[in-house]
Design a protein around this ligand. Structure first.
Ligand code: URA
Length: 236
């Protein structure tokens, strides 16, 4: 890895890394470094006499607001990454699955590709709970239609649990995440979605203390729970 990249992963900007090198604070195998672009082995580098260890994986929960793209970059529109501070952005976490631009609520972001892959893979059937403001009210027939697996134009949705919360409001638990899936399911039973929010994923609820646009790191217990949900062994 490039020396300046290693120092930036450890929390420095490129400019700070350059300055640290120029000031003789960085050593490679005991010799003061001269070139911030040098290719180095992590274990050979000392900053102020101490090893430079990149932080471990990053696991975040974001309360995604409306109007933000679930993407890592876009030329014109703000993305979920633009809601994170520079120190987290430069570690390049990726969103775990996708929420439409107008959809709000729980979104995990992580650098842990293996965990992210399993959490969105249909194979692991991870449950997601959404609250939907809809036109009209859900009836028993709608609940049964969701439970049986709705036939949509290009696929049959997996059985889903639908709950009525009264006129104009419902919650649904789904185990897959095809494009516009929840909106399409409600439209198919004649109750178009007006507003959609994800409340829960893999049994972890959106933290009610997070205002729209706010994020926090997942707790150790939450990370372990996600690992267990998709039958991965946690080694770190
Ligand atoms: N279903 C949708 O229709 N949109 C989302 O963003 C997520 C689930």
């Amino acid at each position: 890895m490039r020396l300046d990249k290693l120092l930036s992963v450890a929390g420095m900007t490129r400019t700070e890394a350059k300055r640290a090198v120029a000031a003789g604070r960085v050593q490679i195998n005991g010799v003061p470094a001269r070139d911030p672009g040098a290719h180095v082995k992590e274990t050979d580098v000392l900053l102020d006499g101490r090893p430079v260890t990149p932080p471990g994986e990053l696991y975040l929960m974001l309360n995604k607001p409306a109007g933000i793209l679930t993407a890592t970059k876009d030329a014109r529109q703000p993305t979920v990454l633009s809601l994170l501070p520079e120190a987290f952005r430069k570690r390049s976490p990726g969103p775990v699955g996708r929420l439409d631009k107008d959809v709000t609520g729980l979104l995990f972001l992580t650098t842990d590709g293996q965990l992210a892959h399993r959490l969105i893979s249909p194979r692991w059937a991870v449950e997601k709970r959404y609250r939907a403001e809809i036109e009209g009210a859900i009836c028993q027939r709608d609940i049964e239609a969701f439970a049986q697996g709705l036939v949509l134009s290009d696929f049959v949705a997996r059985p889903a649990k639908l709950f009525s919360l009264g006129e104009g409001l419902a919650e649904v638990l789904v185990t897959e995440g095809k494009f516009h899936q929840v909106k399409r399911m409600f439209a198919a039973i004649g109750h178009p979605v007006i507003r959609l929010e994800r409340l829960e994923m893999a049994g972890i609820a959106l933290d009610p203390s997070l205002a729209p646009g706010a994020y926090r790191e997942l707790s150790d217990e939450e990370i372990t729970h996600l690992y267990q949900t998709v039958q991965l062994e946690r080694t770190q």
